[in-house]
Design a binder for this molecule. Structure first.
Ligand SMILES: [Zn+2]
Length: 498
């Protein structure tokens, strides 16, 4: 699960998760500390002080950094990306040939063995040694996975859209990307070191990961290098020892969150406090520029140098918009996970909404799917939990005052007016209150650890709920947290909700 974000420092007197301050620290299976929840907004007030027991849990997460390569390093990066592309195409051709003859293809390991034989004998492949041998191996692994997933999709054992057969990659048409699965991978304060490529300067500080590597709370598993528009990035897959509080710093706090189009986030908590966060509307703000760049691009002659330059400008603008959006989402979701133990969101049908063209731009701009994934990770890291309401839960159509339900509600109606009790409330606020109440009612009716909180029809089977675990079946917040959960954490949770 890729979520980025700050790591926990295993040192006394250092800021811990979610703005907490670690006073006492013991490295062991569990550590005790004092935390002072200071959510860092709304005048930075101190909300509560509590003693919390930490549980150290192994989490796999990604750390992604923008690179600042020298021209020579840039050429080496392009060369490696080309090598990965060549290996993929070579492997795919070999698999297709074998499939035509024997109705089966090569596995990733077999492809690697074949490649090792042929690369020394074929004079046309003499350039292979200019790039790290890892790159070829990882490309074969990717191809192997793509073929397997294709088969799984065809049998119907894979969820989601049907996958096609893997296709050949073409320079300039595919994503430039390659991976190192082994070798020297290091990370200094402002540099990263990769096999074969050596030490490359980074565009941003890598201290958060470097410090973890230094004190031994992180281990790099692999490094994927890729290019987005003009910029190269490295994404380290890292196994991190994360200190997760057994209980959230504000036990019992609940918030209902409505992800919206007008407002990025409308949240109503158990105290009735309404928090509204306006999205940066990055795409809309940059829309005029995007339109201008797009028009300029389409007016250039096909295949010309000027068209390539215009395409690069357009791609840069798209990448910038995506960065602004991700930043806003990380800040909003981080705040919610730090302040509230239980976060309730709606399971929005993002694919269906994007298919609706009038909604598409606004929805894609706000990144609903990304927000859900971030909340899943971050609630787990803070000792909280994410409750996902059923897709058919009528959060907008239900009156939060009397529970009456409207048969229909047009999207343009921004204010909810109840005909039964006369309640007049903002549409998003009403929806957020309904979501918040969903968590409370579910916990009252059934044991929070064993029941189904979603009363709606066609729900998924009940999933066991524990702190640090997303509720929707098949989607785990922090898998490791569940595995190492201690009985005390469980009883804690039950005593509060049960
Ligand atoms: Zn009403």
């Amino acid at each position: 699960m890729i979520c980025g974000g700050a790591g926990t420092r295993a040192k006394p007197d250092a800021p811990g998760p979610a703005g907490c301050r670690i006073v006492e620290w013991e490295v062991g299976e569990s550590a005790r500390l004092w935390v002072c929840v200071n959510a860092g907004f709304a005048g930075a007030r101190v909300l509560s002080v509590a003693e919390v027991t930490l549980r150290v849990v192994m989490v796999t997460q990604a750390y992604r950094f923008a690179l600042d390569p020298t021209p020579a390093q840039q050429r080496a990066l392009c060369s490696h990306a080309g090598a990965a592309r060549f290996a993929w195409n070579w492997g795919l051709a070999a698999c297709s040939d074998r499939y035509d003859a024997e109705s089966k293809w090569w596995s990733g390991v077999e492809l690697h063995r074949l490649w090792n034989q042929i690369k020394r004998t074929d004079p046309g492949l003499g350039w292979w040694s200019e790039n790290s041998k890892c790159v070829y191996q990882e490309a074969f692994r990717d191809l192997d996975r793509a073929l397997r997933e294709f088969v799984r999709s065809r049998n119907g054992s894979r969820k989601g859209r049907r996958l096609g057969f893997p296709r050949f990659k073409k320079r300039g048409r595919c994503r430039d990307s390659f991976r190192f699965g082994a070798g020297v991978m290091r990370c200094g304060g402002r540099t990263v070191t990769l096999p074969r490529l050596g030490t490359i300067a980074t565009h941003e500080s890598t201290r958060k990961l470097a410090r973890r590597l230094e004190n031994g709370t992180a281990r790099i598993l692999s490094a994927t290098v890729s290019r987005t528009a003009h910029r190269w990035h490295v994404s380290f897959t890292v196994q991190v020892d994360r200190a997760i509080p057994e209980r959230h710093a504000r036990p019992g706090s609940v918030v209902g969150v409505d992800l919206g189009i007008k407002m990025l986030v409308t949240a109503v908590d158990d105290q009735g406090v309404v928090t509204e966060i306006a999205g940066p509307k990055a795409l809309r703000a940059g829309l005029r520029k995007l339109a201008r760049l797009g028009k300029a691009h389409s007016r250039k002659q096909r295949g010309s140098g000027n068209r390539a330059k215009a395409a690069a400008r357009l791609a840069r603008h798209h990448a910038r918009v995506a960065d602004i959006r991700a930043d806003a989402l990380h800040k909003a979701t981080g705040m919610l996970a730090a302040r509230y133990e239980t976060v309730v969101v709606e399971d929005l049908n993002v694919t269906g909404m994007v298919a609706n063209r009038r909604l598409a731009r606004a929805v894609a701009d706000q990144g609903f799917g990304a927000a859900r994934r971030m909340l899943e990770c971050k609630t787990g890291w803070n000792g909280g939990r994410l409750v996902v309401a059923d897709r058919w839960f009528p959060s907008s159509k239900t009156c939060s005052g009397c529970g009456g339900r409207k048969p229909s509600l047009v999207l343009s109606e921004r204010t909810y007016r109840c005909e039964v009790c006369g309640l007049v409330l903002g549409r998003d606020v009403n929806a957020a209150i309904n979501l918040r109440e969903l968590a409370a009612s579910g916990a009252e009716r059934q044991n929070a650890c064993g029941g189904d909180v979603r009363p709606g029809p066609a729900g998924q089977p009940p999933a066991k709920q524990e702190p640090g675990t997303a509720v929707t079946a098949g989607q785990t917040g922090t898998a490791a947290a569940q595995a190492t959960a201690t009985p005390t954490a469980d009883t804690h949770f039950r005593s509060h909700y049960g």
